[in-house]
Structure formats: structure tokens, C-alpha cells
Ligand binder design. Structure first.
Ligand SMILES: Cc1cc2nc3c(=O)[nH]c(=O)nc-3n(C[C@H](O)[C@H](O)[C@H](O)COP(=O)(O)OP(=O)(O)OC[C@H]3O[C@@H](n4cnc5c(N)ncnc54)[C@H](O)[C@@H]3O)c2cc1C
Ligand code: HEM
Length: 399
């Protein structure tokens, strides 16, 4: 554990860091990429441009500083980040690089205010925080279904809705070389997990990695995920457009092993007294559909409330699959909202949900923020509301 003196200095500097946090991490990224341009093949260029990653790192470092004497309170959040790190293949040797440039940036931004004592304390604090990540990630590498990124062949590609392509991919299993082979029937996928693809889009100077949630845990034909063409505000999503336009049946893509801890509460799946509420919007249906499938296959008697929102019928993703699964459940309420028809999913509807309920939410960041705010305001305990943002986690909850 960090020394009392370090804890005292680090905590005393939190207000200054809060003031300059984003500036520090911005300088940090600039300097780190200048010295290690190879890391541009790992980091998400768009998150950098939009400042999302800067904010995420700043928030995490500050939260950690506040809890340095007991980093265990941050474990749920750190675990989620570590799943992403493992999926992206972040290794222990990357941590000193981040440490060096983070400390360098603190010095550069704070100038003389960052005296030797402060830098020494933050060096100790960073090492402490990094150790928590490295240890968690070490276990995750041990448990991963395969090592690194390995080739999968696209065996099916179809439209799940307008602008949403569903992919099924099977391992290439090249036995001629000394490579890992994957037996699909042995993969134990969990609803809510995501895989990570590594692509080399023509429109970028760097490789690009992106996460996609499994829309089913059935591996009969291969691993299944679905991708929405992500074009907003006149910008063109790099990887989603590449997968839509350049990747066809027979092509090969690289995948790292399933990751993530967004999962059904196993204790409740077998019981029928706490209803399962599944809320999604747009392509956010992917992990939620896998959860519906898991629930219906394990216990079709549990009451299920299925809530889905999208622009209109053409954008209604996996409609037939969902209807078929809902038919095999015994107690179902289904509510669909088409924004184009002014059907708005808001607090008025949320207020009709039963309590207690076990609730899972996935959709765009604004959609999820409004759902979570509404559910918390309606006094659904935060332990009963689970969600997966399709981007950097909004903020650490612990304060
Ligand atoms: C855990 C997890 C699970 C996910 N699961 C899924 C899933 O199942 N299906 C799915 O489709 N997606 C999923 N995503 C999202 C996915 O990983 C990608 O983020 C998404 O496909 C967009 O990537 P992209 O490369 O196409 O877009 P990017 O190039 O990363 O751009 C992202 C968005 O930013 C906009 N943009 C780009 N540049 C700018 C700029 N300069 N200014 C303003 N806006 C800009 C783009 O138009 C686009 O809308 C998931 C994400 C996470 C973290
Ligand atoms: C203690 C040190 C670190 C902290 C506190 C930290 C924190 C974070 C946070 C908060 C996120 C966002 C997670 C999300 O998407 O919800 C993230 C993602 C990420 N981290 Fe780290 N991280 C650390 C170390 C590293 C290291 C050593 C590397 C590799 C050089 C790294 C590479 C990444 C990448 C590539 C992402 C994905 C974000 C993106 O590109 O969009 N991180 N990290």
C-alpha cells in the first residue's frame, strides 16, 4: 500500500488535478504518441479526436487518487476497464510507458507547482494503481478463450435491419502451422460479452480495433455479432463502414477473445419472482437479445418485459428472432417505440415497470443516460440496473 505521506500528498493535489485533469491527459497523449507511434494502432483515433478517452483516463486517475488508501472500492469499475484492456491486448510492459508520460504531463502542465515531493508521490501512486490493473488483467489473460487476435472467416452476413449487418464468423484453424485452434462447440460464451475486431481500413493510416457485442451465445455455425453503420453529424464511422462495405462472406477478420462482465444475474435467472426487464434501442439490442435467449433457454417461466426503441420499422433490428424467442417464454410483455411515430420511451413509461425488477439497458450514450437517470429517480436500486455503453464508460460511479 502507498505510504501515508504519499496518500496525503496525492489527496491534497486532487483539486489541482481536477482543474487541469483534461489538459494533463491531452498533453500526455500527444507526448506518448510522439514517442510511441505504434500505440496509434491500439488507441481509438475517433475517441482521441472527440476527447472521450482523455476524459475517461482523467476521471479514472482522479477517482483512484481519492481512494488510494483503499483502491478495492473501485474494483467493479477497474474490472470493466481491464476487460477492455485485455480485449485490446494491453500488456504489463505498456504501463511504464503510460506512467512516464502521465508524470511528464503533470510536470509540464503544473510547472513549478509540481515539486519533487508531488512527483514522487504521484509516481508511487501510479505504480500502485497500475499494479491493480496488471494483476486483474493477468487473471483475464489466463482465463481468455484464446490468445491475441486470431483469424476468423465470415460464414454468414445478412441484414438485421436497415444499416445493421449481422455477421457469423468461424475460426480459420490453420493446422499447417503451429497456431491455436478453436473448437466452436467448446466455447462457453456468456450473453452480454463482446468480441474485439482488429481491422486495417483503407481510410486510416493505422490499424483500428473496435468492440462488438455477441447477439447470441449459440456457436453452432460460428460467433455472431452485428454492426450498425455509424455515420452521424456528417462523419463516417471508420470500422463499421469498413465491415459493411469491404468484408464479405469468405473474407477473414481478426478477433480477440470474448470479454466483458455485463451479464444476467445468475441467481435470478432460475427464479420467477423478480421479473427480467430488457430495455434497448437501435443496435444496442445485440447483448440484450443474447440475454433474452439465455433467459428463455434456461427458464422460460420467468416474467419478461421486452422494451425496444428505434427510428421506425425498417430500423427494427432482429425483429423476427426476438418475436420467436418471446413466443417461447410464458409471461411476456412487449413494448416497441418508433421515434418517427412520436412514440417516446420516457419516465412515464418507466414508471409502469414493476419493482423490484432486474433491469438491463443498452443503447446510445444519450439513450442510456436518460434511462438510467429515470430508473434511479424512480428508485430502482442501482444494483438492479445494469448497462453497457457502446463507448467509453460515462464516468466512475464511486465518489
Ligand atoms: C462494449 C462495447 C460493445 C459494442 N457493441 C456494439 C455492437 O454490438 N454493435 C455496434 O454496431 N457497435 C457496438 N459498439 C460500438 C463499436 O465498438 C464502434 O464504436 C462503432 O462501430 C463505431 O465505430 P466506427 O469505427 O465505425 O466509428 P468511429 O470512426 O469510431 O466513429 C464513431 C462515431 O463518431 C463519429 N465521428 C467520427 N469522427 C468524428 C469527428 N471528428 N467529429 C464528430 N463525430 C465524429 C462517427 O460519425 C461515428 O458516429 C460497441 C462498443 C463497446 C465499447
Ligand atoms: C493505470 C493506468 C490506466 C488507466 C487508469 C486507464 C484507464 C482507462 C479508461 C478509463 C479507459 C476507458 C474504458 C472504457 O472504454 O470504458 C481505458 C481504455 C483504454 N486504455 Fe487504458 N488505462 C490505463 C493504462 C493503459 C495502458 C498502459 C494502455 C496501453 C498503452 C492503455 C490503453 C487503453 C486503450 C487502447 C483503451 C481503449 C480506449 C480507446 O482507444 O478508445 N491503458 N483506459
Amino acid at each position: 500500500m502507498a505510504s501515508p505521506k504519499t496518500i496525503e500528498i496525492v489527496k491534497a493535489t486532487v483539486p489541482v488535478l481536477e482543474e487541469h485533469g483534461t489538459a494533463i491527459t491531452t498533453v500526455f497523449y500527444q507526448n506518448m504518441f510522439a514517442e510511441h507511434p505504434e500505440l496509434l494502432d491500439i488507441f481509438n483515433e475517433t475517441n482521441q479526436k472527440l476527447g472521450r478517452q482523455q476524459t475517461a483516463l482523467a476521471t479514472t486517475v482522479l477517482a483512484a487518487a481519492k481512494h488510494l488508501e483503499n483502491l478495492a472500492v473501485l474494483l467493479p469499475e477497474v474490472t470493466q476497464i481491464s476487460h477492455k484492456h485485455r480485449a485490446l491486448q494491453i500488456l504489463p510492459e505498456h504501463y511504464p510507458i503510460v506512467g512516464k508520460h502521465l508524470l511528464g504531463a503533470i510536470k509540464e502542465v503544473l510547472g513549478e507547482a509540481a515539486n519533487d515531493d508531488i512527483i514522487e508521490a504521484w509516481t508511487e501512486a501510479y505504480d500502485e494503481i497500475a499494479d491493480v490493473f496488471i494483476q486483474l488483467e493477468d487473471d483475464m489473460y489466463e482465463q481468455a478463450m484464446w490468445d491475441g487476435f486470431i483469424p476468423f472467416k465470415v460464414v454468414e452476413k445478412s441484414a438485421a435491419a436497415q444499416d445493421i449487418a449481422a455477421f457469423t464468423v468461424a475460426p480459420v484453424n490453420d493446422k499447417s502451422e503451429d497456431k491455436q485452434t478453436i473448437d466452436l462447440s467448446q466455447l462457453n460464451l456468456t450473453a452480454g460479452q463482446y468480441i474485439t475486431v482488429k481491422t486495417d481500413p483503407e481510410d486510416s493510416d493505422h490499424l483500428a480495433l473496435r468492440h462488438y457485442s455477441l447477439n447470441s451465445t449459440d456457436t453452432d455455425k460460428g460467433i455472431q455479432f452485428a454492426v450498425r453503420r455509424d455515420n452521424r453529424d456528417g462523419h463516417y464511422g471508420l470500422v463499421s463502414n469498413h465491415l459493411h462495405d469491404e468484408v464479405e462472406v469468405g473474407d477473414t477478420i481478426l478477433l480477440s477473445a470474448p470479454a466483458g462482465d455485463f451479464a444476467l444475474n445468475k441467481d435470478l435467472v432460475k427464479q420467477n419472482d423478480v421479473p427480467l426487464v430488457l430495455i434497448s434501442a437501435g443496435v444496442g439490442v445485440t447483448p440484450i437479445l443474447a440475454m433474452l435467449e439465455e433467459q428463455v433457454t434456461s427458464n422460460p417461466k420467468r416474467p419478461i418485459i421486452w422494451v425496444y426503441a428505434c427510428q421506425n420499422e425498417k430500423h427494427h433490428a432482429f425483429k423476427d428472432q426476438v418475436d420467436k424467442l418471446l413466443e417461447s417464454a410464458e409471461q411476456v410483455q412487449k413494448r416497441i417505440f418508433y421515434f418517427e411515430d412520436n412514440q417516446i420511451l420516457d419516465d412515464t413509461y418507466l414508471a409502469t415497470l414493476p419493482k423490484p425488477a432486474d433491469i438491463y439497458v443498452c443503447g446510445s450514450m444519450p439513450f442510456m443516460e436518460s434511462m438510467i437517470d429515470g430508473l434511479v429517480m424512480l428508485k430502482h436500486g442501482t444494483d438492479n440496473v445494469h448497462y453497457e455503453p457502446f463507448g467509453p464508460k460515462m464516468s466512475l460511479q464511486a465518489s
